[in-house]
Design a protein around this ligand. Structure first.
Ligand code: NAP
Length: 457
């Protein structure tokens, strides 16, 4: 069995074993490789490298705080690791212990996956530590138009900027973190590479608010625990394209995996393993399901939420109509409500398994406990309510609702509302009364209610 490890101190938080062991399993390499985390004290680093040299350990990832300190014990550095001055992957090749750095390429690939280019763009990097160095060099080598490096310790930002300017010739500026408000104004991409936002760095945050950001900026936070940092929340509020740290974690890991095993790992398996772990441990979900009576604004609010969060919008009733080639009204008339409810459950089953979606549910979806259980597997359920009068007003001219096709419309609304109330409330994780609110206000309220519960992209 070949042993792979990630070393650091502390190391308890590392998600690397989860994704690497998932890749090992997917490639059926369990009998050959196993990946573990290992806490190493600084005084034991030399000894650790000797274990790689002797073959006791096959390969390693290196994380905080050893990416630079370990270099003195290695035999050779790759061109990238030498340029960056930090190492995140170690492997013995031709009897030499070699230090690699896959952080920069991992970051570029995570941005690329989301369609974000850095070539010919202005990029602001917050931080000047190990990860910032790797990313700054990778972006400079990828022909950025301009780089701005801001760090709490300004001398470190200056040193990194000087090094990039000398070695690559990129136009680079440096300053303290305090300058962020000014430099972010005309930037294309902003990447946080400081530890601010990490679960373990509490009560300290980057001073960037939504009002400082224009919606044309892509904001990336390489911190992945939590995956939704305050910075990304502010960026979402400003309507920016956002990229969390999970993509980079997966891609830098995939390159390390390839170095140790010679195999290309399935990055989707690695990402899903991480997402599953995060959702389970943090009680987060991938979707938002809006439930409630007709006329409470599920479709309008759902669309606006999806747009704000860069999520897909799914209307269950629309899907039923598309699948059956008939309107809901026709299905009710020709096949009856019971058959309609069966179709509804089929569609809910399908939709419940998707990710990154805002799902607007028909008014009767939650009457069936099976539908509720399926939705709740992967969605935060938000109940929108409104007073009976408001619903009457909002649905007055709508003739597409089969259950309201009666002359005693207001009585029918009251009857349905009171018979469904318990089901709605039982299914809901959160309840928002929309009676006196605009679409924008309801959207804002949903956003602040679900904060930290939904794992958006
Ligand atoms: P590092 O070498 O220790 O650098 C830490 C950086 O954060 C430095 O720029 C430091 O500024 C800054 N910082 C720390 N505490 C601060 C505070 N209270 N106020 C302002 N700035 C502060 O660490 P690293 O290896 O670069 O990692 C940085 C972050 O990136 C960590 O959260 C790590 O988990 C994450 N990361 C993610 C990935 C991924 O794949 N997604 C990969 C690598 C790292 P000073 O220089 O002033 O101390």
């Amino acid at each position: 069995m070949k042993q792979l490890v990630v070393i650091g101190n502390p190391i308890k938080h590392s998600l690397s074993p989860i994704m690497h062991n998932a890749a090992i399993g997917a490639l059926k390499l369990e009998k050959m490789f196993h990946y573990e985390k290992l806490k190493v004290e600084e005084k034991d680093l030399k000894n650790f490298v000797e274990k790689i040299r002797s073959g006791e350990i096959t390969g390693a990832n290196v994380t905080i705080p050893y990416k630079t300190t370990i270099i003195k014990y290695l035999d050779v550095l790759t061109k990238e690791a030498d340029l960056i001055g930090a190492v995140n992957t170690i492997y013995k090749q031709n009897d030499k212990v070699v230090g690699h750095n896959t952080d920069g390429i991992g970051c570029l690939e995570a941005l690329g996956e989301r369609g974000v280019e850095t070539a010919e763009k202005k990029v602001v990097i917050l931080g000047a530590g190990g990860a910032a160095r790797a990313i700054a060099f990778a972006i400079a080598l990828n022909n950025a138009k301009k780089l701005v490096i801001l760090n709490r310790t300004v001398s470190k930002a200056d040193e990194l900027a000087k090094s990039i300017k000398n070695k690559i010739g990129t136009d680079v500026e440096s300053n303290g973190l305090f300058a962020v408000g000014e430099v972010v104004k005309d930037t294309d991409v902003l990447i946080n590479c400081t530890s601010l936002g990490m679960k373990t760095v509490q009560n300290k945050k980057i001073h960037i608010t939504s009002t400082m950001l224009s919606k044309n900026i892509t904001v990336m936070d390489i911190v992945y625990d939590p995956p939704q940092t305050k910075l990304l929340e502010e960026a979402k509020k400003a309507g920016c394209n956002t990229v969390n740290g999970i993509g980079m974690l997966v891609y830098q890991g995939a390159h390390s995996f390839n170095i140790w095993t010679g195999r290309k790992p399935p990055t989707n398996v690695m990402k899903n393993a991480i997402l599953w772990h995060i959702k389970k441990t943090k009680k987060m979900k991938s979707n938002i399901a809006l439930i409630g009576f007709m006329g409470v604004g599920k479709s309008a609010v759902g669309r606006s939420l999806a747009e704000k969060l860069d999520m897909n919008f799914i209307e269950i009733d629309d899907l039923i109509e598309k699948k059956n080639g008939r309107s809901i009204l026709e299905i009710f008339e020709k096949e009856g409500e019971t058959r309609f409810r069966e179709m509804e459950t089929e569609v809910v089953r399908e939709v419940a398994m998707t990710d990154n979606a805002v799902i607007s549910c028909g008014g009767g979806v939650v009457l069936n406990e099976i539908n509720v259980a399926m939705l709740k597997e992967n969605a935060i359920v938000v109940l929108l309510t409104a007073s009976s009068r408001t619903i009457q007003k909002r649905t007055l001219n709508d003739r597409t609702r089969p259950l309201l096709n009666t002359r005693k419309r207001s009585e029918k609304i009251n009857e349905l509302l009171s018979s469904r109330r318990i089901c709605y409330e039982k299914a809901a994780d959160h309840i928002i009364d929309t009676t006196s609110l605009t679409k924008k206000e309801v959207t804002e309220k949903v956003l602040s209610t679900i904060k930290g519960n939904v794992l958006w992209r």
